[in-house]
Design a protein around this ligand. Structure first.
Ligand code: SF4
Length: 549
């Protein structure tokens, strides 16, 4: 019908092509900015001022940096006397990934290369986990006084509970900087066929899958071996986690046995637990459900005098089986993702067809989905994809959500993400409905505050394009939906935006949200090239020129 109308009315068809053409150009501007981040050479240029500032915190009489030696920069007094040395863990630490990316630490040492201070420098890891590590003084002081020669030994580092993968990646990165090899992988040694023979005597080959190995005798499937370090399960004992194996029968119902391959735990506790597993066979023939449902580890793994190590191994086994069971359930039918997709589809449909009546009901759905799934679109994510490339692209649902947020407004002029889907927008909608009293800012104040989202969007992208590695997730409240109130800044923005929205409807959306500004950029003046487009295109062109030359 519409085609027929367009065919009869050339100006309508022309307008549609104009709208699509401008939509394509606007999306291209955003893509070009992300591509520019990706093409930006990873700067190894060293911030000498920051090095000196750090050096001065430890040695207040330090006035300048001197010669460099093996990556260390000399800290000198005004007279040129050597006080100490300063360095960071990159580039060696860059291959060591935490939850979401690598981290870099800075180290200040005295003149004899003994550590005076280890300090956080920057990180591409999840901001909430990084924040937990930054607050843990015991983590940062564990290297104090150690000689440089011992820093390459990776032995039982003090990790941070609740951020073990991030803190472990930082500790491994530091060891890598001082010569340790294989730090990019936790428990790097590969599993051999001999290690599974106690459970599968006729095993002839291992086929590696995600987090586990299929054990076969020729073509015949004998069973499966789960491996904790490949499932990212790390339950800490006294000194660290262990690389635990859990053997399952071919029906995937019973546990044949459990073994600890390597561990950060202390002797003799570790040997006691290994011996118990090897000779007492406490787990053998237990069903997966039985092990998951066991509250007291001593029912299956009783090791007197090594209860902390035994508890951590038992906790590791339980978590491995829980995840394995969840994966099995997820291969049966991905309920969580499917419900998420239904939510997104309903949001898009209501964005075009829904009336006011559906607003409150769907806002509740979006808040529940936000709390349950944690899916959000934010600047940190777009910048991260640009900086770290396709390898860091998330699972399909988040990609679909981002496509909905960006592509639909560009081509239709309708911002369905903000109007229906965004959980933070939905929470503000509900808060606004709960309170009858409304404020409206005076026209002049409204005009001034309306510039804030645009300015923050500009500032975030300018900093990212200038090579800043600031945690951009802190500029928005969205991380709180997935990690909770961990990082201070997102927690403050989150709380303030919800409180304000009781009185000032969608206050944060109108006067604070950079992602909202980006989406407004896509929807403003459909089919018309405006001053905003010229500014955005010029800024991205300048960024490209700076990157290329
Ligand atoms: S403006 Fe920001 S907070 Fe508001 S709905 Fe849009 S993305 Fe969400």
């Amino acid at each position: 019908m519409n085609e027929a109308v367009s065919a009869k009315n050339p100006s309508l068809a022309r307008r549609r092509w104009q709208r699509w053409g401008i939509g394509c150009l606007r999306l291209s501007v955003i893509l070009a900015a992300m591509l520019c981040l990706w093409c930006k050479p990873v700067s190894e240029s060293i911030d000498l001022e920051a090095y000196l500032a750090l050096g001065k915190e430890v040695y207040p009489t330090a006035q300048k940096l001197g010669e460099t030696s093996d990556g260390w920069h000399a800290l000198l007094t005004a007279d040129g006397d050597l006080l100490g040395w300063v360095t960071t863990t990159n580039p060696q630490a860059r291959q060591v990934q935490g939850y979401a990316g690598p981290s870099e630490l800075a180290i200040v040492a005295d003149a004899q290369h003994r550590v005076k201070r280890v300090q956080f420098w920057r990180s591409a890891d999840t901001a909430g986990h990084v924040e937990k590590v930054r607050r843990d003084q015991r983590f940062w002081t564990q290297w104090d006084g150690r000689a440089e020669a011992s820093l390459g030994l990776y032995e039982n580092p003090q990790l941070v509970s609740g951020a073990s993968l991030t803190s472990e990646a930082m500790a491994r990165g530091l060891a890598a900087r001082f010569g340790a090899t294989g730090m990019e992988q936790l428990f790097a040694r590969e599993l051999s066929i001999d290690e599974v023979k106690p459970w599968f005597a006729t095993a002839s080959n291992l086929i590696q899958k995600e987090g586990c190995y299929e054990v076969r005798d020729g073509e015949k499937l004998l069973g499966m071996v789960l491996r904790s370090s490949r499932m990212a399960v790390a339950v800490r004992g006294f000194n660290g986690s262990s690389d635990v194996l859990v053997a399952l029968d071919a029906d995937d119902a019973k546990v044949l046995g459990v073994a600890v391959r390597e561990s950060r735990e202390n002797e003799p506790y570790l040997t006691d637990v290994k011996d118990e597993l090897q000779y007492a066979h406490g787990f053998a023939e237990a069903s997966i459900e039985q092990i998951i449902g066991t509250a007291d580890h001593t029912d299956l793994l009783l090791v007197s005098g090594a209860s902390t190590t035994a508890r951590s191994v038992f906790g590791t086994v339980q978590e491995m089986l829980r995840r394995h069971t969840r994966e099995q359930q997820s291969t049966a039918f991905p309920w969580r993702i499917s419900l998420g997709m239904v939510w997104l589809s309903a949001g898009v449909w209501l964005g075009f067809r829904g009336g006011k009546k559906s607003r409150a009901v769907f806002a509740c759905c979006s808040v529940v989905a936000g709390l349950g799934l944690g899916w959000m679109v934010g600047q940190d994510q777009l910048i991260g994809w640009g900086q770290h490339g396709w390898k860091t692209l998330p699972a399909l649902p988040l990609l679909v959500m981002t496509a909905i947020a960006l592509i639909i407004p560009a081509f239709t002029g309708k911002n369905v993400y903000c109007s229906r889907i965004c959980p933070h927008g939905a929470a503000q909608t509900l808060a606004g409905m709960a309170w009858k009293k409304r404020w409206a800012l005076p026209a002049r104040v409204h005009r001034i505050f309306s510039a804030v989202p645009w300015l923050s969007l500009l500032a975030i992208w300018a900093l990212a394009l200038a090579g800043s590695r600031l945690p951009f997730a802190h500029a928005e409240p969205f991380e709180v939906w997935s990690t909770g109130f961990v990082a201070l800044l997102p927690a403050v923005v989150f709380t303030m935006s919800i409180v304000v929205s009781f009185f000032l409807p969608q206050g944060y959306c109108h006067y604070g949200c950079p992602t909202g500004a980006l989406l407004k950029f896509l929807t403003h003046a459909p089919g018309r090239w405006t001053r905003r487009d010229s500014i955005a295109a010029s800024l991205v062109a300048v960024a490209w020129l700076v990157t290329l030359f």
